[in-house]
Design a protein around this ligand. Structure first.
Ligand code: ZN
Ligand code: ZN
Length: 371
């Protein structure tokens, strides 16, 4: 049987390292256990730029984009029943495609899914827009595209009508923030130090406050970002370029070293600093990606052993989407203000210039696939 293509999708593709191309692809109707998502917004992430430069493996040709939201464009019968979804429903799809069956998935840590199935030719830990090449059928594996393929194993969440599309595009970075806060076991009354007021760092501040943090201090270098952090729940800021003794400044702000430190700067110096800002017996969450070849130095006995610090890496967003969607719905913080730039798919190269050079006080840039 030959089925007619559903439609044609535009896509931005990285055919090889350093090259961006615009192309199109036919979208096939979904099988019974699948759906096809119409992408409305996709956030541009620093990860996308690293992928283009070849810093994260060699997954080319790649359709990038993992911070997508949109609506159901077509859905198979089984998927409609199991997911309780219909055409037109607003959804967020998690960036990971876990197997749901391996020991790591079984314990809820599906962000480190261990499926290793040579038969499908795909990497362990499959992520939309990161490591599934466009050559894998049906080629709709990234958000820089009008349409996205959503197989049975995808984790899909319903988005409320009240959250505008631009704001909804923050669902993934906010989910990453909630995972970091959960890993740090931030609870009522905790003091929290955050290193790195990038888009995720600002959202970590909000997530920590929502989790009950009593006091939050943000450590960074750019004054405009530190000012902005105050609008996302940060009580105190420390400019590490201006202060000689960051540890002393954090302790002064919090009335002692932090119960929890969350590093999201993505540089090894920040990770080394993080373990010095926490109290004895405290928790340090390392959530920033520093690059595959980076090695970090800690004071093994001085900072970790004799103070029995919990060092907790936090990877991606597992378990973070539910609180993220709840927070965006609740709108207790001015999330919309983080989306400073909007571009069309055709403008993706211009968008990258702005993001790379941090022009015009850009915080989060999004591609608008459909308004
Ligand atoms: Zn991202
Ligand atoms: Zn798994």
């Amino acid at each position: 049987m030959v089925t007619a293509a559903l439609t044609i999708s535009r896509q931005a593709v990285f055919p090889e390292r350093g090259v961006i191309e615009l192309t199109t692809i036919e979208v096939q109707p979904p099988a019974s256990d699948q759906l096809v998502m119409r992408v409305r917004r996709v956030g541009i992430c620093a990860t996308d730029l690293h992928l283009l430069e070849g810093h994260i493996g060699d997954p080319f040709p790649l359709v990038p984009g993992h911070e997508f939201v949109g609506e159901v464009a077509a859905i198979g019968g089984d998927a409609a029943q199991r997911r309780n979804l219909a055409v037109g429903d607003r959804i967020a799809v998690e960036m990971q495609l876990p197997c749901g069956a391996c020991p790591r998935c079984a314990e809820g840590r599906y962000n480190i899914c261990d499926r290793d199935d040579p038969a499908d030719g795909l990497p362990v830990g499959r992520e939309y827009g990161v490591n599934i090449p466009r050559t894998a059928e049906p080629g709709l594996w990234g958000g820089y595209s009008d349409y996205l393929h959503v197989p049975a194993e995808a984790i899909v969440h319903r988005l409320p009508e009240s959250v505008p599309w631009d704001t909804a595009a923050l669902v993934e970075p906010l989910a990453v923030s909630f995972r970091a806060v959960q890993r740090g076991r931030v609870t009522e009354g905790d003091t929290v130090a955050i290193i790195g007021p990038g888009p995720v760092g600002l959202l970590v501040s909000a997530a920590a406050k929502i989790a009950g943090a009593a006091r939050v201090v943000m450590v960074g270098t750019r004054p405009n970002r530190l000012d902005l952090a105050r609008r996302f729940g940060t009580d105190f800021t420390v400019n590490s370029r201006e202060v000689d003794d960051v540890r002393g400044a954090v302790a002064e702000a919090l009335g002692g070293l932090a119960d929890v430190v969350i590093e999201i700067a993505g540089v090894t110096d920040a990770q080394s600093l993080a373990v010095t800002l926490v109290r004895r017996g405290g928790r340090v969450v390392l959530a920033g990606a520093c690059g595959w070849s980076a090695d970090v130095t800690f004071g093994a006995d001085r900072d970790l052993l004799t103070r029995e610090i919990d060092v907790l890496p936090s990877f991606l967003s597992a378990g973070g989407y539910e609180p993220s969607i709840a927070a965006l719905t609740d709108a207790a913080y001015p999330y919309a203000d983080l989306v400073t730039h909007r571009f069309s798919l055709e403008q993706v190269s211009d968008a990258y210039d702005v993001v790379r050079e941090k022009r015009d006080d850009v915080i989060k840039a999004v591609l608008v696939l459909a308004d």
